[in-house]
Design a protein around this ligand. Sequence first.
Ligand SMILES: Nc1ncnc2c1ncn2[C@@H]1O[C@H](COP(=O)(O)OP(=O)(O)OP(=O)(O)O)[C@@H](O)[C@H]1O
Ligand SMILES: [Mg+2]
Length: 471
Amino acid sequence: MSSELAIRVERVSKAFPVYDKPMHRLYQMLSPRAAKQRWYREFHALQNIDITVRKGETLGVVGRNGSGKSTLLQIICGTLEPSAGTVQVSGRIAALLELGAGFNPEFTGRENVMLYGTVLGLSRSQVEERFDEIAAFAEIGEFIDQPVKCYSSGMYVRLAFAVAINVTPDILVVDEALSVGDEAFQRKCFARINRIRDDGATVLFVSHSAGIVTQLCDRAVLLDRGELLSSGSPKFVVSRYHKMLYVPPDRAEAVRAAIRAEREDDALPASTELSSLSVVDREDARLVSSVSAPSALLEDSGSRGWFDEGLVPKSTVRYDTRGARIGVPHIETPEGRKVNVLHAGDTYLYVYRVDFHDSATEVRFGMLIKTLTGLELGGGATALPQNSMPLVEAGQTVEVRFRFRCLLDAGTYFLNAGVLACLAGEETYIDRLIDAAMFRVMSQPERLATGFIDFCITSYATVLGPSEVHA
Ligand SMILES: Nc1ncnc2c1ncn2[C@@H]1O[C@H](COP(=O)(O)OP(=O)(O)OP(=O)(O)O)[C@@H](O)[C@H]1O
Ligand SMILES: [Mg+2]
């Protein structure tokens, strides 16, 4: 991350006129400029906000509904004028603001792409060059030549997102929009955001999801009633955000004052810790497990689940193959039934085949399970390095089966697959598929576990008798 600044917001305030009656708006419009009487009250959506964002930093903006997040992003993007204060932005800024901002509803998707692309600083020919990629990313098919007012909200956001991330922005601003669209599209967007970040872009991200903010962001700020109440590491800020979310109204002012007083230093936490949480396509697959005997793979039976043809990842990336090729990655029940909608607690097999075009030595195979945002939950390998397969000959195919218990909460998850071998004396991936397959875990209302992983926690709560009253 650079020490240079990408965004500097200084003493920014925004007041909106609020009219008690619709007629008052008209009276105000008709009254002479010099008139003393005002027909509106001022509502302060932002008050004296100071924020700096460094180049390459990902900043999360959290806060309750109406706290001023979208107003702030619009001011940073220049689509709204502040009432006071200044905003300085360095570099090309691409924004994905709340629905309604950005596109002209009367124009077709194609026309809006051209318009938006040129607004973002590309020449017409540059937009034309990227047009096919943008249209392909948006997945809206023939609708690209229809006016965007006919689009569903999902199509609208997909197209806006496709443009915003294909103009190679220096600063990407995303306001909640990713909650629209299916999980495969969301995963594709998160993978792309991570790539944009890895390329050194600055990202500003509004989300109500504490998990997404802690996974994606280097730092976060908390807005409350237009005030910048807290800033610091995502974990620190998100915990203050939760305090504000659940505070009873009569305690709100006291809690606000306490949060104000304990403002964390703006210094960033160690970047190594952050990147391990947020970068999706990292090199190591955390190869940790030992060899599994084939018989042990088949001992469970009766796993539930079914196959949904629509669950196909759109974010699959294959690394350069070096003599081996992974194919047909999928999940099976122990009885061999192909499934991708799983039942929490049941046992499944993650299976893929590897065709070896060249002979390979010291071969082992890996897997990794990730969340929608790319958080690596856990993985495994067929062997430790010293127990790898000594030789696989050219022309041979190996089938790899990983048995796992689905100890996951309801949600959508993604799988990696990788083949390691010894090349020129070093262990190297000879094929690797990121987001090779995806699966969904069905919700089970009777489950007590919270978070992504089910630790099979058992609990006891015992009434001990009358409690002692403390003065
Ligand atoms: N054009 C406007 N005129 C009057 N008030 C406005 C206008 N735009 C926003 N506001 C008010 O300013 C406050 C901040 O709105 P903003 O949209 O920035 O909140 P937000 O934090 O993005 O909320 P949400 O989480 O619901 O998206 C709200 O009380 C809103 O009603
Ligand atoms: Mg908003």
